[in-house]
Design a protein around this ligand. Structure first.
Ligand SMILES: O=C(O)/C=C/c1cccc(O)c1O
Ligand SMILES: [Fe+2]
Length: 312
């Protein structure tokens, strides 16, 4: 039973601060093709590796990774609110398998997920509930982060679980590539920002609107001298995609967190979801992979890439 994979950037600025019409058309075409492939594959299960951006997970208890047995979209930016179809029993079995594999995964029986999970799920399936989906959130935005080798191990263990299911499983990785949106850091944050980062669940609509307006305003100047954030790094993105496509996954063990933040932006660590997704696929079997798309898109604050793969 072949297992399929799609890894792609997400950006909540899609539809809110768009690049030119030709770029929109290119991306729409790539996403439509991927969506049609998912439809044809008709997955019996989706496992989505995703980050969170201080919508479901906060510093009052920040796990390196967490598996959800039930999940609800907060509906941030333009994503749909509401429940995901999480098969709770199977998610718990996977959690047990991960613990048995020496991975100290956290478990949530009521996880709030944000655009980092839901945008890609919507783009690839058209909804939040079309297919059974197990979300695995990997901390990629709230430092400190564990080493990339741990993410590879997490992916491998998820893959060994998927392999024995004998089902049509679609593995998704969502986030990255190079980018640094205006997400605050806890270190040196003023008290009100620290309070939000520590326990800012269920913000008021006004608070959420102000946050989103800040991101849109940054999108309008991103990549110009007016913007102090780390610019996109297409060379880094291309090398990373090549590494995954060529199956050289063990090389991520040498990735240095601080070097990546400096070279490609602090939120580039969302590629941890791609690492886990590819490690899971590789644990199922040999794979072949292709680059569907890449373009650095300042308006979206995203090194925007799409990669597909399947076991052979
Ligand atoms: O969390 C936010 O408010 C913004 C997140 C963001 C912005 C741009 C690109 C991304 O991948 C993001 O997650
Ligand atoms: Fe993100």
């Amino acid at each position: 039973m072949p297992v399929q994979l799609k890894c792609l950037s997400h950006t909540p600025l899609r539809g809110l601060n768009d690049p030119g019409a030709e770029v929109i058309a290119e991306v729409d075409a790539v996403l439509a093709k991927c969506r049609a492939e998912v439809e044809a594959y008709d997955p019996e299960l989706i496992v989505v590796f995703a980050p969170d951006h201080y919508n479901g997970l906060f510093y009052d208890l920040m796990p390196p990774f967490v598996i959800a047995t039930a999940a609800e979209s907060v509906g941030d930016y333009q994503t749909k609110p509401g429940p995901l179809s999480v098969p709770g029993g199977l998610a718990l079995e996977l959690a047990r398998h991960l613990l048995d594999s020496d991975l100290d995964i956290a478990i949530s029986h009521r996880l709030q997920v944000d655009h980092g999970c839901t945008q890609t799920l919507q783009e690839m399936t058209g909804s939040l509930e079309r297919y059974p989906v197990i979300p695995i959130i990997i901390n990629s935005v709230a430092p400190p982060f564990g080493p990339y080798r741990r993410i590879r191990k997490l992916g491998q263990a998820v893959g060994s679980f998927i392999a024995r299911l004998g089902k049509r499983v679609l593995i998704l990785g969502t986030g990255g590539l190079s980018h640094e949106p205006p997400v605050p850091l806890l270190a040196d944050a003023p008290q009100d920002v620290a309070d939000f980062l520590i326990a800012g669940r269920n913000p008021t609509p006004e608070f959420r609107a102000a946050r989103q307006a800040r991101t849109i305003a940054t999108g309008k100047i991103f990549g110009t001298p007016q913007c102090g954030l780390t610019p996109l790094n297409p060379e880094w993105d291309k090398a990373f995609m090549r590494l995954l496509i060529e199956g050289r996954l063990e090389q991520v063990d040498a990735f240095r967190i601080d070097e990546i933040s400096k070279a490609a932006g602090r939120s580039t660590h969302e590629v941890r979801t791609w690492v886990a997704a590819f490690a899971a696929l590789q644990a199922v079997g040999d794979y072949s992979a292709r680059e569907d798309y890449y373009r650095p898109i300042n308006e979206w604050i995203a090194g925007y890439g799409v990669v597909s793969a399947a076991t052979v």
